[in-house]
Write a protein that binds this ligand. Structure first.
Ligand code: 13P
Length: 235
C-alpha cells in the first residue's frame, strides 16, 4: 500500500488563495505516495477542475450527518462525491473541541460517507491531560468503539497535544498507538498519523511500521515543506 499524504488546509486561507495553491500542487513532481488535498468547501468546485488529469486526489474536511434534506449549512456526502471528492475527514479534534462534535455525530457522518462511497478519515487522539494520566490507549479505544467493525475506514491518530505544537510523539509511542488501532480495526483499515508533521519531523514515520501515511496541517501550506515530507516518506 502506497503511503497516504493527506493535506488538511483547515481554514488557513481564502478560497482564492487555495485555488492558487492547488496550481502549485499540480506542478509537484511524482512521488510514490497517494497525495490528497482537503481544501475548504468553498474551493472544492474550482480545485476539482484543476486536479483533472493529475494523480492528486480531492477530499473534504467534513460532511453532513444526514442525507440531503432540511439541514441548513451542511454539505451532503453525496454532493461531495459528485464534486469529485474521494475522501472526507470526520471528527477532527478541532471540530470536537470548537463545535462540540460527539462520537454519535461522528458515526452518523461516517455512515453517510460510506453510503455515498466517500472514504472517511476518522480522527482520534488523546489530550495532554489524558496522555499525562497514561490513558492514551483507553481514550483511543473508546473513540473507536462506535466505528469498530465498519469496513473502508482510514483512521488518523492525531493526539490533540501534538497538533500545531511542533512536537510529535516518539516513534515508540506512535507504534504503540497505531499498532493498537490496527488491532482494533483490522488489517484492512489504513492507519495514519497527524500532528506537527513537517519537513523536519516526517522521517520519524519511517520508524513506525504500523504507519501508512500522514495527515498534515500547517506544513501542507508550504510546497517546499511538502516536498521534504514526500521525499522522506517515499524513501
Ligand atoms: P498540524 O500539522 O498543523 O499540527 O495539524 C495536524 C492536523 O490537525 C491535521 O489534521
Amino acid at each position: 500500500m502506497k503511503p497516504l499524504v493527506a493535506l488538511n488546509w483547515k481554514m488557513y486561507r481564502s478560497a482564492a488563495q487555495e485555488i492558487a495553491a492547488a496550481r502549485q500542487l499540480v506542478e509537484l513532481g511524482n512521488y510514490p505516495a497517494t497525495l490528497a488535498v482537503f481544501p475548504s468547501f468553498l474551493s472544492l468546485y474550482s480545485i476539482t477542475e484543476q486536479l483533472k488529469g493529475s494523480a492528486i486526489e480531492l477530499g473534504a474536511q467534513d460532511c453532513a450527518m444526514a442525507a440531503p434534506g432540511a439541514y441548513t449549512g451542511q454539505v451532503a456526502a453525496q454532493s461531495l462525491v459528485e464534486l469529485g471528492c474521494r475522501w472526507c475527514i470526520i471528527g477532527h479534534s478541532e471540530r470536537r473541541m470548537y463545535l462540540g462534535e460527539t462520537d454519535e455525530l461522528v458515526v452518523a457522518k461516517v455512515n453517510q460517507a460510506l453510503a455515498a462511497r466517500l472514504q472517511p478519515i476518522v480522527c482520534v487522539g488523546e489530550t495532554a491531560q489524558e496522555r499525562a494520566a497514561g490513558v492514551t490507549l483507553a481514550v483511543v479505544e473508546k473513540m473507536l468503539e462506535p466505528v469498530q467493525g465498519k469496513v473502508g475506514l482510514c483512521i488518523a491518530y492525531e493526539p490533540v497535544w501534538a497538533i500545531n505544537s511542533g512536537t510529535t510523539p516518539t516513534a515508540q509511542e506512535l507504534e504503540r498507538a497505531l499498532g493498537h488501532i490496527r488491532k482494533i480495526m483490522g488489517a484492512e483499515c489504513r492507519v495514519i498519523y497527524g500532528g506537527s508533521i513537517s519537513g523536519a519531523t516526517a522521517s520519524i514515520l519511517k520508524e513506525v511500521p504500523s504507519c501508512q501515511g500522514a495527515l498534515v496541517g500547517k506544513a501542507s501550506l508550504d510546497v517546499q515543506e511538502l516536498k521534504k515530507i514526500l521525499e522522506s516518506m517515499s524513501n
